[in-house]
Design a protein around this ligand. Structure first.
Ligand code: SF4
Length: 352
């Protein structure tokens, strides 16, 4: 594994971000961590500037982990594991880099004279509330550091573990602007089990949305990814929007699956195994490259907005999800993951 010449998960070029002698590798013999290897790192920096941030709704990010045991087949962050000479398929799901000094680094960097207190987006590369966070508990220290500085921030997650930090989020919201979004692309249980095998179920995520909202933390839903031919029928879209509205989400923002290199190969292997008859249709839909064509994206967005109106979730608001673009930028070289956004750079932002 390469630990020199690393960049962080958002594309910020930082020479030797991790000290080569600062890697400790651990495994835990508990059911939730079986088969997962953790690489504990003492990072050299934690607040990352996003290259090409003018195209993004955020400029600064914090990512305490790399790799994600949520193991979404379509995850656009997969490619970032290749910069560590790690496998972008199963390796991305099971080789997790943990920046164990993230809270102390953040406290120091927020206190530096050059820091201007700008918005920090989290969950933009991999999920900061993935399972590892249950053991390493980095987010409480991160949230506390941000709160102490009244520094605005946003979180995008599929992890119901965020509820553990509800009180910290409430405290932060009393002193600064915070934004929380949960990613729920569909509610079909069969699709969930195969395509997002390590995540809490969509139902549990929506329950988390309800809990957050009920406790004074307004929460939007990033409806991502909408998966062509498997989760894009009007009935499926309607059911998802209805569930999102019932959960009390403040907004719903649809994003169609996109397939960057790294994610594309893994997703295609999954498709070949589970839905071989769809391979040709996918080849045709994504013949232009990473993104589905504009007409398809417009059709999905139009239907979701129509259903959102019907269920009274309110108009789609620009910037409803900090850390997530309102529309996939199909011209710019950016990504909107099934959870995140990316610039073409060694480390990308992905949409959870
Ligand atoms: S899409 Fe998000 S939750 Fe899923 S594996 Fe990637 S970073 Fe994790």
């Amino acid at each position: 594994m390469r630990w020199d010449n690393l960049t962080d998960g958002d594309g910020a070029a930082a020479p030797a971000l991790f000290a080569a002698d600062a890697v400790t590798t651990r495994t835990f013999d508990t059911p939730e961590f079986r088969g997962i290897t953790f690489h504990e790192i003492r990072a050299r920096s934690i607040v990352n500037r996003v290259p090409g941030a003018s195209r993004m709704p955020f400029e600064w990010t914090v990512n305490p982990y790399r790799g994600c045991s949520h193991a979404c087949v379509y995850c656009f962050a997969r490619k970032t594991h290749s910069y560590l000479d790690l496998d972008t398929g199963l390796g991305f799901d099971t080789q997790i880099v943990v920046k164990i000094n993230a809270p102390e680094l953040l406290r120091r960097e927020l206190a530096a004279g050059r820091w201007r207190g700008e918005h920090i987006a989290m969950g933009t590369n991999v999920d900061c509330y993935q399972r590892a966070e249950g053991r390493y508990r980095l987010m409480p220290g991160i949230l506390t550091a941000l709160t102490e500085r009244a520094n605005p921030f946003s979180i995008l997650t599929k992890g119901t573990l965020i509820l553990r930090d509800l009180e910290l989020l409430r405290r932060a919201s009393r002193v600064t602007d915070i934004g929380v979004s949960v990613s729920v692309g569909f509610t079909d249980p069969e699709l969930w089990r195969t395509v997002e095998p390590g995540t809490p179920s969509p139902q549990r995520r929506l329950e988390a949305v309800r809990t957050l909202t009920d406790h004074g933390i307004p929460c939007g839903v990033l409806m991502a990814p909408v998966i062509p031919f498997l989760g894009d029928s009007p009935e499926q879209l309607r059911a998802t929007v209805r569930a999102v509205a019932a959960a009390g989400a403040t907004s719903v923002t649809p994003l169609v699956l996109h397939l960057r290199p790294g994610a594309r190969e893994w997703f295609t292997a999954w498709l070949t195994h589970h839905h071989p008859r769809l391979l040709r249709r996918y080849d045709a839909l994504y013949e232009g490259g990473t993104y589905a064509p504009r007409w398809y994206q417009r059709r999905i967005t139009g239907m979701v907005h129509e259903f959102a109106d019907e269920y009274g979730i309110g108009p789609h608001r620009a910037g409803a999800h900090r850390g997530v673009p309102d529309r996939p930028d199909t011209d710019a070289d950016t990504d909107t993951d099934a959870d995140t956004v990316t610039a073409e750079a060694p480390d990308q932002l992905t949409l959870l």
